[in-house]
Design a protein around this ligand. Structure first.
Ligand code: NDP
Length: 395
């Protein structure tokens, strides 16, 4: 019998984390759970850590340590809290680590885990967008492997098995178009967080669902595609596909187009990364093509989705522009959720933040360290909040 694989899940209490634990819990003999991490949802974190017999449970929120300790009392699971504890958890030997913390906070633990030559299943989009070259270089330096978990990148990765990247002519990632897909363009300015937070196909957290409606999510994925697969921006496209059945397509130099189809269930991509290079049974719905009958595709409209146009500029510029883009879009989303910005203002704020930062520094200079990235992130957040304030004062 094979020894159990040591696994850790960062962001275990979130949507990706819970789907990951669902797969792990189905085969408890096969895994030894090392670390589970969360932030505010301490009760869930403790319950999962006890249920799965984790060595340690970490909340990112230092003020919740006592609560976590109390919830774990008598279980034998260690409790820890704070950013340093997240890094310490990433230092604990593991064969496979899920990186599913949301936001820029996911970068540091993932980067640290790579130092130990582990396999990093990467769901955290911000890592590649803000620090792609740093992350990939760290993986190479330590013989670590990064496996994409975003469904589009997992689909591309799977379509590329046995292929040469030099034979790739184009990569096409699909977008559902989000909850406002069929709204008239003129109405988008008045969309509320509730309107944008309802996804037609995927069941995800509120922030990523709104990012789907604005296409900031797809914009991030375009940048991730460039970073992870190392292909030029001119060979990466997004196409609107309302059914979310085809996740991505890879076009080769002989004209062949390989598509990856699957039900919209993140356990597909998570399971592929968990069992890679094997394929195992996964508890996901099987597709009945005759029942689906029609698969539609249409070109995304830049007026409806300015985020895609901005992403193209970011891919062309490279350097720190990805980190600025990510930070500004997070702030813009906070502004939208707080009722300080309209839905269409989010892309304006991101563009204005990139412009404001470009007047202070050259955006194409690549960050060399995590500190460079975090400093850019900090400055870009300040720039974005200033743009929001300026806009509100002008009204
Ligand atoms: P969720 O918001 O559902 O979960 C986020 C996780 O991160 C939770 O465990 C949360 O803890 C934890 N967390 C929040 N803030 C911090 C912090 N400051 N420091 C450490 N941990 C923190 O997000 P998702 O699972 O939806 O997404 C996770 C990542 O995966 C994101 O980068 C997202 O873009 C990406 N992704 C998500 C997909 C999806 O289908 N959901 C698809 C592809 C990629 P707690 O809940 O306890 O507060």
């Amino acid at each position: 019998m094979r020894a159990p694989r040591r696994v850790s899940v960062f962001g275990a209490t979130g949507s990706i984390g819970q789907n990951t634990l669902d797969l792990i819990a189905r085969d408890p003999e096969a895994y030894e759970v090392v670390a589970l991490t969360g932030a505010g949802n301490v009760a869930q974190l403790a319950a999962d850590a006890i249920r799965l017999g984790a060595d340690v449970a970490v909340t990112a929120d230092e003020t919740r340590l006592d609560e976590l300790r109390g919830a774990l009392a008598g279980s034998g699971v260690e409790a820890a809290a704070g950013e340093a504890a997240l890094i310490e958890a990433a230092d604990r030997p593991a064969d496979w680590i899920m990186s599913a913390i949301v936001g820029a906070a996911g970068l540091a633990p993932g980067l640290r885990a790579l130092r130990h030559g582990t396999t990093l299943a990467l769901a955290n989009k911000e890592s590649l967008v803000t620090a792609g070259p740093i992350l990939l270089a760290e993986a190479v330096a330590h013989g670590a492997r990064i496996l994409p978990v975003d469904s589009e990148h997992s689909a591309v990765f799977q379509a590329l098995v046995g292929e040469e990247i030099a034979a790739v002519e184009r990569i096409i990632i699909t977008a559902s178009g989000g909850g406002l897909r069929d709204w008239p363009i003129e109405a988008l300015a008045s969309a509320t967080p509730e309107d944008a937070g309802a996804h037609p196909n995927w069941d995800m957290g509120q922030r990523i669902t709104i990012d789907s409606a604005s296409m900031f999510n797809k914009a991030m994925e375009l940048i991730e595609t460039k970073e992870f697969f190392g292909v030029g921006p001119d060979r990466i496209e997004a196409v609107v596909h309302p059914q979310s059945i085809v996740h991505a397509l890879v076009g080769f130099t002989d004209g062949a187009l390989m598509a990856h189809l699957g039900a919209p269930d993140m356990r597909h991509a998570i399971g592929y990364a968990l069992h890679y290079p094997d394929r195992r049974d996964l508890p996901v719905a099987r597709i009945d093509l005759a029942q689906i009958a029609t698969l539609e595709f249409r070109a995304p409209c830049d007026t409806r989705y300015p985020a895609l146009r901005i992403a193209r500029a970011v891919m062309e510029t490279g350097g720190i522009s990805g980190a600025i883009f990510n930070a500004a879009k997070e702030v813009a989303l906070d502004g939208f959720l707080a009722g300080r910005l309209g839905f269409m203002d989010m892309s304006t704020i991101v563009e204005e933040s990139l412009d404001a930062m470009s007047s202070q520094t050259s955006l194409s200079i690549a960050p060399k360290t995590l500190e460079d990235v975090m400093q850019t992130d900090h400055m870009a957040r300040q720039a974005a909040w200033s743009q929001i304030e300026r806009r509100q004062n002008a009204q």
